[in-house]
Design a protein around this ligand. Structure first.
Ligand SMILES: Cc1cc2nc3c(=O)[nH]c(=O)nc-3n(C[C@H](O)[C@H](O)[C@H](O)COP(=O)(O)O)c2cc1C
Length: 187
């Protein structure tokens, strides 16, 4: 690799490491993302043939006035297509006991019927809502924007329910609980 040109006032030879370096690459960034501790949610939407849903850890509160949430959904997701088509979705923040539900809603080979099997399901504002979550919100789609291989979906909360329990967490590619004691460096 040749040494970068010296810094000069001439913009054509100016070397800007932030923009000119190739960057760390996807694999290293995925390693970094694995260190983000996040709550685990299931996002649902009404599909043409019934309810659809998927497990999502990329859910964030965005604004209180108006109440906005955001979720990052991968390109090609069946749930994302239904969210866009129907213009509404529900976010369910899972309890620590609900890792089986999270596994099912992440399984790419499970049909929608298999994912929802055994759940206590009802409709709120036309959106499928699963009973028993730590908390849930039905949101109207405010914005959808593609960034790389995911879409950022912003929703305005139209209904909210807050239940009880402890959250299910996702960290280092494993489900965790606030009860877990992880000695530093062994996580
Ligand atoms: C713990 C966990 C968190 C996940 N978080 C996300 C996420 O934030 N965004 C996403 O697009 N997929 C996420 N996934 C993967 C989706 O759940 C998976 O691709 C799912 O099969 C998509 O379903 P669909 O294509 O039927 O909509 C996650 C999976 C797991 C196990």
């Amino acid at each position: 690799m040749s040494a970068p040109p010296p810094l000069t006032a001439d913009p054509s030879t100016y070397y800007d490491p932030l923009h000119d370096d190739p960057g760390p690459g996807a694999a290293r960034c995925l390693g970094l993302y694995a260190k983000l501790a996040a709550g685990v949610s299931v996002v649902t939407a009404r599909g043409e043939d019934g309810p659809l849903g998927m497990t999502v850890s990329a859910v964030t509160s965005l604004s209180a006035r108006p109440p906005l949430l955001l979720a990052c959904l991968r390109d090609g997701s069946r749930t994302l297509a239904a969210v866009r088509a129907h213009g509404a979705f529900a976010v369910h923040l899972l309890r620590e006991e609900q890792h089986d539900l999270a596994d099912r809603f992440a399984n790419p080979t499970a049909s929608a019927a298999e994912r929802f099997a055994g759940t206590d399901l009802r409709e709120v504002l036309g959106v499928p809502v699963i009973a028993g979550a730590l908390a849930w919100s039905v949101c109207l789609v405010a914005d959808v924007r593609r960034y790389g291989d995911h879409h950022l979906v912003v929703g305005q909360a139209a209904a909210v329910h807050v239940g009880g329990g402890r959250p299910l967490l996702w960290h280092d590619r494993r489900f965790r609980s606030l009860r877990d004691l992880v000695p530093e460096g062994t996580g």
